[in-house]
Design a binder for this molecule. Structure first.
Ligand SMILES: Nc1ncnc2c1ncn2[C@@H]1O[C@H](COP(=O)(O)OP(=O)(O)OP(=O)(O)O)[C@@H](O)[C@H]1O
Ligand SMILES: [Mg+2]
Length: 347
């Protein structure tokens, strides 16, 4: 998946002379909502530093994508990005996986093997699901973060490696510290720079963009010649709360592209769970009351704008010149806004 629009590409380095301006390598994070823009800003600010970053957020929100963006957009991009899923590797193996081991260190250690910290010399180690790390290993990780030096399991030689650590979790680490399952000193070491990956339900204005990108990708990968997605189906996709976040959306689009019966994806093709959820109108909530939990002003305004454009188009039988006149905007502005909101005429 390649990013295409200006907002998806990190800005050009500001101090470079004009003729030599070089765009930073782009990343694959799709989105234009205010909350994802904050993520882009953070990535841009910290990608060239060596500081440890902790990426927080619910499952499927794109934490690994953010970690890759930090690596690919920064000065370490020429070296390795080494992911380690701390939750998937058994505790007794994780130590040798991270630090490596010497021949004969344990029964099956037939050869010396370098670990992920050594492998990532000059690059980045991505410690995913960091909350799952055992207390013993947490102590060792703290030391290696402070000293960038360690010994292989069963070894005595001290090894130095210049790696950057990016960690991620979908757990509330502060709560884990309170419960005593996560070391407080390690927590502070990791949270020098926290980046929050926002849930999809809080950035619904990204849904049309993501749907469009996934739709194109899967149509091409599955060699399906579909025309698009009906407005009604798009409304349902925007309305759904996406507990599984972008991963759930991606899987849903893949499934629909494969199974769609007509030339276009319609509500008939949507999984039933998307149709069970009552349609909500966030803009009405604005008029009635602001919920106790608050809301993102720019998201609500974007929703309201979308609704008014659809209303104007409906009133003018989709004659865009007339709809633009009704809304007192240029035709091109209307077209741009329709594109941004993923508004297409229903068959
Ligand atoms: N903003 C985005 N733009 C494009 N694709 C995205 C975006 N966010 C997530 N994805 C896609 O969604 C899927 C899940 O993303 P990712 O694995 O980074 O999530 P995660 O937060 O690490 O999830 P988990 O906590 O379950 O490991 C991936 O296929 C990823 O490419
Ligand atoms: Mg992940």
């Amino acid at each position: 998946m390649n990013s295409t629009s200006a907002a998806e590409v990190l800005p050009i380095q500001e101090n470079a002379p004009k003729a030599m301006k070089i765009a930073r390598p782009s990343h694959n994070i799709i989105g234009k909502s205010p909350s994802i823009r904050q993520v882009f800003t953070m990535v841009e600010k910290v990608c060239d530093t060596d500081t440890t970053v902790l990426v927080l957020g619910e499952s499927g929100t794109g934490k690994e994508l953010i970690a890759q963006a930090l690596h690919n957009c920064g000065s370490r991009r020429g070296k390795m990005f080494v992911p380690v899923n701390c939750g998937a590797i058994p505790a007794e193996l994780l130590e040798s996986e991270l630090f490596g081991h010497e021949k004969g260190a344990f029964t099956h250690a037939l050869r010396t093997r370098i670990g992920r910290f050594e492998m990532a010399d000059g690059g980045t180690v991505f410690l995913d699901e960091i909350a799952e790390m055992s207390p013993v290993l947490q102590v060792k990780l703290l030391r290696v973060l402070q000293e960038k030096k360690f010994e292989r399991v069963g070894g005595t030689k001290t090894i130095a490696s210049d790696f950057r650590v990016i960690a991620a979790t979908n757990r509330d680490l502060e709560e884990e510290v309170r419960k005593g399952t996560f070391r407080e000193d390690l927590f502070y070491r990791l949270t020098v720079i926290p980046i929050e990956s926002p849930p999809l339900r809080e950035r619904k204005s990204d849904i049309p963009l993501l749907v469009d990108a996934f739709f194109k990708r899967f149509c091409s990968a599955k060699q399906r010649q579909l025309h698009g997605i009906s407005q009604e189906a798009m409304d349902r996709l925007i309305n759904y709360e996406w507990p599984g976040n972008v991963r759930e959306l991606e899987n849903t689009i893949e499934r629909m592209v494969i199974l769609a019966s007509g030339e276009e994806i319609t509500i008939e093709d949507l999984p039933p769970r998307l149709l069970d959820q009552p349609l909500s109108h966030p803009c009405e909530a604005v008029i009635n009351e602001i919920p106790d939990s608050g809301f993102c002003l720019s998201e609500v305004i974007a929703d309201y704008e979308r609704k008014l454009i659809i209303q104007a188009l409906g009133q003018t039988e989709w004659v865009k010149n007339r709809a633009a006149k009704l809304l007192k905007v240029n035709r091109t502005t209307l077209l741009e806004k329709m594109k941004r909101h993923g508004i297409v005429k229903q068959p």
